[in-house]
Design a protein around this ligand. Structure first.
Ligand code: ZN
Length: 196
């Protein structure tokens, strides 16, 4: 396999990058000074070596605890449960949420073979059981699977003395939190309702 083909194949594995875009990127890199590709290659190598998940919330971090969990100015009595670490970035961009997070690492999806044991709901329940948590805001995406996941999380927390809320439907149904604009996300958080 040629070097060009190799890179095109690897790039086309990435989400949203089709074969045509992969070829365009590869040819673009070949036109740049070689240092640019070398910097990209070493940045990617360092990425997988250094980045790990937070011991408490499963956010991406280079430390034992992520920046948010380690920040005493955050409201640690309010935990926002999200599907992916990327959702944290989307909520953080709004600058409106002062609580902490819990990454569920996906959503229930029987068709894709994702069951309760694949998610980090146990860890969330342990955090609530440890005390000091007033509210869990479930911010899974408003798709069928996100809703099913929200109900499952609610069930798992039912025995604890904690308020369980769900983001309002400001996010378009079937939309992804990650791609929603900041105002929409901020409104969905402000207008959250109690799950009963
Ligand atoms: Zn964390």
């Amino acid at each position: 396999m040629s070097a060009i083909e190799d890179v095109v194949n690897e790039l086309s594995r990435l989400p949203t990058i089709g074969r045509k875009s992969a070829m365009r990127l590869t040819y673009h890199l070949l036109k740049q000074p070689p240092e640019q590709s070398k910097r990209l290659a070493s940045a990617l190598a360092v990425l997988t070596d250094r980045v790990r998940t937070c011991d408490r919330c499963h956010n991406l971090t280079e430390e034992t605890l992520c920046e948010i969990c380690a920040d005493p100015r955050r409201d640690h009595s309010l935990i926002c449960a999200v599907e992916e670490a990327g959702d944290i970035a989307a909520i953080e961009r709004t600058g409106e949420f002062r609580g902490v997070f819990h990454v569920l690492r996906g959503r229930l999806s029987p068709l894709d073979g994702v069951g309760p044991d694949d998610l980090t709901v146990d860890g969330l329940a342990r955090r609530v059981a440890a005390g000091g948590v007033r509210e869990v805001l479930i911010a899974t995406n408003p798709k069928l699977e996100g809703e099913a996941t929200a109900l499952y999380v609610q069930e798992q927390l039912a025995t604890f003395d904690v308020l369980v809320t769900r983001i309002a439907r400001g996010i378009p149904v079937g939309g992804d939190l990650e791609y929603a604009d900041g105002v929409t996300i901020a409104q969905a958080i402000t207008a959250r309702r109690e799950m009963k």
